[in-house]
Design a protein around this ligand. Structure first.
Ligand SMILES: [Zn+2]
Ligand SMILES: [Zn+2]
Length: 124
């Protein structure tokens, strides 16, 4: 396990199973543990680390937080995107609300120093 509730297989690249050279961001893992404590339910991770090759294949920007091991895409059973994101804004630096695919992107791009600062959603 990388932390109390998050395993290596959940956070590793979906295409090659690797983790970043320096490991996943500890600040990100701490944020996810805090989130789990607040919502009181398991946090499902659909994407954690993405290696550069996989990131390019899915059309991610080259400096993606996923490539740096500082981001995760998550969902929680019984919680809508808006509801989950509103809790995430109290913990993470970057929060993306994806209503179409029903997940929330969270990242610690400033090491947790910019809580709730970088916000976007998929609704234009
Ligand atoms: Zn990969
Ligand atoms: Zn993401």
């Amino acid at each position: 396990m990388l932390s109390e509730h998050f395993s290596e297989s959940e956070m590793s690249c979906r295409h090659c199973g690797q983790l970043p050279d320096g490991g996943m961001s500890e600040v990100l893992l701490e944020g996810l543990e805090r989130l789990r404590e607040i919502v009181g339910k398991p946090i499902n991770v659909t994407n954690g680390y993405r290696c550069p090759e996989h990131n390019a294949a899915v059309g991610g920007v080259s400096n993606s937080q996923h490539v740096q091991g500082t981001a995760a895409d998550i969902w929680v059973d019984g919680m809508g995107v808006w509801e989950l994101a509103s809790v995430c804004k109290q913990i993470f630096d970057g929060i993306g609300e994806y209503y179409g695919d029903e997940f929330v992107h969270v990242d610690m791009r400033d090491g947790g120093a910019s809580t709730g600062v970088y916000l976007w959603d998929d609704q234009e």
